[in-house]
Structure formats: C-alpha cells, structure tokens
Design a binder for this molecule. Sequence first.
Ligand SMILES: Nc1nc2c(ncn2[C@@H]2O[C@H](COP(=O)(O)OP(=O)(O)OP(=O)(O)O)[C@@H](O)[C@H]2O)c(=O)[nH]1
Ligand SMILES: [Mg+2]
Ligand SMILES: [Zn+2]
Length: 303
Amino acid sequence: MEGKITKGLGGIYSVRTSSGDTVSASARGIFRKAKITPTVGDNVIISPSGDPDVEYVIDKIEKRKNWLIRPPVANIDVLILCFAVKDPEPDLKLLDKMLIICGLLDIKPCIIFTKCDLNDEYGQSLFETYKKAGFDCFRSGIDEDIDPEEIIKVGGKNAIFGFAGPSGVGKSTLCNGLLEGDIMKVGDISDRLKRGKHTTRHVELFDFFGGFIMDTPGFTSLSLLELGVEYKSVILGYPEIAKEGLNCRFDDCRHASERDCSVIENIGVTIDEGRYSRYREFEEELYQKRNEYTGRKKFYYEQ
Ligand SMILES: Nc1nc2c(ncn2[C@@H]2O[C@H](COP(=O)(O)OP(=O)(O)OP(=O)(O)O)[C@@H](O)[C@H]2O)c(=O)[nH]1
Ligand SMILES: [Mg+2]
Ligand SMILES: [Zn+2]
C-alpha cells in the first residue's frame, strides 16, 4: 500500500495512505543497515506487520526529490524561512545559508520576517532588502496576518511547504494561522495543529490546500562546510550578485578585489552591503577549505 509519512516519533511513523487513512508503521531493519532514516515527507510502501501495536511496516522509501537534516524533512517544494525582527534577533547569516541550500537543492525559498510589531522599521528594511535581491518575501506580526493564498502562489496548490528557522520566531504560530485561513478544506480538526506556546519537538505534516505544510522544530546553526557546499555554490543564495556579476570584466570574477568588478562597484546600489559581506565571508571560507570537502551526501539523498 502506498502512503506518505506525516509524523515520526521514537521509531514509530504515522503514514497517510492513498485511501486517506492514517496508520502507524515501523521501519524494516534494512533501512537502519543502509543508514536511511524514514523522514516526514517520504513517500513509502507499507504492508501489514502482524503486530497489533504497530500495524504496518515500511517496506520501501521512494526516491526523494530532496532531503534536509535541518529541518529534518524530505520532498519539500517550498521552504518558508522564518526570521523574527526581534526576540530572537534575526541571524542573517543563517538566513543566507538557508538560501544557498535552497538554491543547491532546487527548493523554492519564501522568506517571512515575523514579529514586525516589535520593530516595524527593521522589518520593513529587511523585507525590502530581500525582495530587491529577488526573493518572495512577506512580513507578519501580531496584527499582520499572511493570506494563505499568497503563500500558495509561491509553490502552487499541490506543493509541499516546510517551515524552517530558529526557535521562537513564530513558525508554529504562522503555520496555525495559515491552516485556519485555508478555508478550502474543512478537514479533520483533530488532525490540525493545536494551539499553545510550546517548543515544537518534531516535524509534523498537515493538509494544506491540495498539498501539505510541515511545522518543524527550530535550529540555530548550520555549517556549509559540513554539508559539503562548495565555494562556487555560494552564489546560488545570491541571485542579485549573480546577475550583477555578468557585467564583471572577468568571467571567473570572485567579486573580491578584481579589476572592473561590477558587483563591488554596485555595493549600496543594486547590491546590499550586508548581503555582499556575507557572500564574501562564506565564499572565502569555503574557498580556503576547498580541499576538505566531506561531500554532499549529508544533505543530498542519493539512492
Ligand atoms: N510579538 C509577537 N510575538 C509572536 C509573533 N508570532 C509568534 N509570537 C510569539 O513568539 C513565541 C514563539 O512562537 P512559536 O510559534 O511557538 O515559535 P516557533 O518558531 O514555532 O518556535 P519553536 O517551535 O521552538 O521552533 C510565542 O510566545 C508566540 O506567541 C508575532 O508576530 N509577534
Ligand atoms: Mg514551533
Ligand atoms: Zn565581480
């Protein structure tokens, strides 16, 4: 029987079957031996286990479109990157790193600056900076909701959306709000996100229009080197620099100190200064360590 993993806790997985039921399943030992962990978002084949407690067993995990460790999700179409303007202060290096990873994995990023009620001006300036760089951007706050239709436009009605961002930025609050706004489906209420101010500890997938949305636990760090990102890939998180770079004198310009570098000439014009300095920092760090790559396998699922 075919299904999709909607939740995983302590080795027991909830699987939504193609007939619409949710059943529990454990994973066959072969996955552990192959060092493959069933992940929320995985499309799987299950069969009856004979065990009355966990009625099904996962026999096969279908090839993944993509796979992330942070947050731990598979087959994502759109990653909703949430950063608060305050409490906690936004870590723009983490945001830019996530944008690089989205570029590498062919995941569409969508940025939401949350808690704009706490610092409207800063929220607006971040919103404009990232919008100008070419990303889909939103703001949210206590009296500033996001229309789910606007989010759907980013990925389409059948897309799988996943949240990502530090703890406490308001991912669960937003997920909750978007689900409530999804009037298209008057689904099973018990299957919906529960209200409350608690830290999310596991990934959970909810119906959202024709597709799904995943609430995820927060995380605070991410190492591009450990993930095996090469220095040449850093540009994938900086479309505005890539675009301006077409006008540089040298085709292989690293926009560091080369002659006639259009990127450097346009800092403060088409290129935000902060974005440029983060680009340079990541690119330089990975360039210096270019002989130490651990490979992409940690976040690229290769079957
Ligand atoms: N001022 C303000 N507070 C907010 C906003 N959105 C959420 N909060 C508060 O921020 C706190 C954290 O919100 P959550 O939605 O639990 O944050 P989270 O990102 O899911 O956190 P983790 O599950 O730990 O990763 C809660 O106390 C919310 O009430 C907002 O727009 N403005
Ligand atoms: Mg949460
Ligand atoms: Zn250049």
